[in-house]
Every structure is written in structure tokens, then in C-alpha cells.
Design a protein around this ligand. Sequence first.
Ligand SMILES: [Zn+2]
Length: 348
Amino acid sequence: MDGSREPDGDPIDLRALAKVDLHRHLEGALRLQTIIDLYREAGEPLEAETPEELAPTAQVLRPMRSLEEVLAYFRVARGAFRDYEAVERIAFEAVEDLARDHVRLAELRFSPDFLCRPFGLDWDRAMASIVAGTERATREHDVAVGLIAIVSRSYGLESAERTVAFALRHRDRLVGFDLADEERAYPPAMFADVLAPLADAGIPLTAHYGESAGPEFPRDAVEVLGARRLGHGVSVADDPAVTALVRERGVALEMCPTSNVRTNAVASIAEHPALRLLRAGVRVTINTDDPGLFGIDLTHELEVARDDLGFGLTELRAVTGHALAASFLDEDTKRRVRRSHFDWLARG
Ligand SMILES: [Zn+2]
């Protein structure tokens, strides 16, 4: 039986369905037209004049050899974060795009250092612009949004320290904290001391691990850093002991199928472990990562889950329920959103 069909046999309209995205980078969520506009407004127009012309240099539309190769494609999008008005527009549109895809609860994450570095923007003023853009959008659209600050690991420990201080300063505006960027050279233990103040302040941690390195990286993220969620966590499936650890601790995996293929975290979509982990009792969730960079949305990722990963309606309900439960947004907001939009989790 195909569980992703309604009892009358019609396929579920995944676009119309209320959805949750826990893993979406602001710097990876730009519209191509917006990139073109912002370069043009700054008096440095790109050679590409249309989204179609820009796509080959600003998007990753086929599998690359490595995460590092994919990260290089952020160059064009980063060049759009030129001033605070640009940051506000990008944040506004990121939420508008969530609403258009019927995502009703989302967490948007950004690295202040990565975002501000190209044009020397002030981190706090950029934060004010992100807050202004997301708040303006959530007044117009029915989507609850939480913000997560990220350490870009390859910028080193001093940048990590500054990012922790930033998170503590903006404690009231953030729902969580993350580590991202290149993985293998930056094992979790390296960040244990610098992250310690976050736990004291009650700021929950998710961390990109198990994306381009083996299962000992997600294991240490959980055991050493106390991560409550893992960005991707693909290699969790490579070690039964790590799978058991993640299941027993209730750690949610923020999996992003298209991203995982294009960064070579999995050799092919057929080898993606999402269904296997879900059936093993792990709290798997399905997310976009970088919708602008990859030219996708969350509907697309659920279609991939249904068509390529073997998800039926039962599994789509499970990952959505896990995402709601694992979200770092406050419980009142989660309850309200669930009541308003997520009847479908209980139906049938
Ligand atoms: Zn990510």
C-alpha cells in the first residue's frame, strides 16, 4: 500500500500541507533575482542579467565531490549582503518563501561572521536587520520563525568566541546555536570550552556533524558538547552504537536529502539512510539546508523523501511530528502552531 496517498487514492498535495523546516541557512536562502537586484543597486551589476543566466555560478544543481566544493558556491550570494537594507530584504524574503511553501514553523540560521565579513558589516546592526526583516514578514504571513546563530568553524576559535558572546548578547532573539562549515579538521572537542557559556545560559545546541566525517564526530557532538540536534548526522547510520546513542538521547537529525547528495554526504539518493534511521527509532527530520543555493524548497524535499527514499504518509507524519517536537521555539508557540495547522498529523 502506498501510504502517501489519501484513502481515496489521490496523492497527497505536499505543497498545500503544513510543514516544518528546522534547518535552513539565511545565506543559502536568497532568490537569484534578489542577488541580481542587490548587485545592480550597489552599482556593481553582475554579468548575468536573469536568474537563468546566474544559476550556473550561484547554484549547485548537481552533485559535487565534497562539502568544501559546495561551500565555494556561496561566494555570489555572500556578495549580496552589502548593507543593512540588503540584509533586511533577504531576511524578509526568506520568510516570505517559507510562507509560500506552507512552512508554518521554521528556524532560520546564519553565521554573523560569514554574513558580515565580505562588507565589514557590524554584527549587531546586521542582527537588528535580520530581526526587522523576519518580524515584518511574520506580521504579513502565518509562519512562526526562530533564529539560530552559527559558528563558522574554519574561522577559528577567536571567531567562535565572538559568536558565543554575540549569542549571549542576543539571547532574547535567538532560539539556539549551531556549528557549521568544514567538519573533518574541526572535531567537537575543539569547541567544548568556548561553547560552555551557552549551556549555562540555557541556549540549546544543534551542530553540523556527520555530514562529511565519520560517526565519531556526531558521537562526540552529543557526548562532549551535549548537542540536542545534529545538522545532517548522516554518518550516525554507519555505527550501530552511535545510532543507539542518538536514539536513546532523543537527538533529532536535521537531514536534508538534496543537500546530502550534492555535498557527497551520501554517494546517491538511494543510499540515504533517513528511512532506515527513522525505522530504527531515531528522530529524523527532513529540511532544506540551502533552498536558494540548491534551487529547491521543502515541498521538493518531501517529494524526494516520498519518491526516492520510500516515505509513505506514516513517515511524512513522523518526520513532521519529530520536527515540531525538536524545534527550539518556545512550547506555547509550538502548541499554537500545531493546533492551527497540523491537524493532518492526527488525521486518518
Ligand atoms: Zn546546514
